[in-house]
Design a protein around this ligand. Structure first.
Ligand SMILES: [Zn+2]
Length: 91
């Protein structure tokens, strides 16, 4: 057996936010694809009903909007997806 002694602990490559891809599916044409973070948009509203993410289907071109739960919000915002906060200034 050959034991390789690694005395060097070099820099570990870390995935860049721009390289993160998200799997999505289109409800219209049922095409599955991977989207870059820049192709997605996340809208955070005051309630869960107004919190959603949207993208344009690369296959059929339809605008897809899906509700985003807390985990999805964390996942998308952490992955560099453009986040839009919708604040209703109702008092
Ligand atoms: Zn589609």
């Amino acid at each position: 057996m050959t034991v390789i002694s690694s005395t060097q602990t070099g820099p570990v490559p870390v995935p860049v936010a721009d390289a993160v891809r998200f799997r999505a599916a289109c409800p219209d044409c049922r095409e599955r694809f991977e989207l870059m973070a820049g192709a997605l948009r996340l809208a955070i509203g005051a309630s869960r009903r107004t919190t959603f993410y949207s993208f344009t289907c690369p296959a059929c071109g339809s605008a897809v909007r899906k509700p985003a739960g807390e985990r999805i919000v964390e996942l998308l915002s952490g992955g560099g997806v453009r986040t839009l906060r919708l604040h209703t200034a109702l008092r």
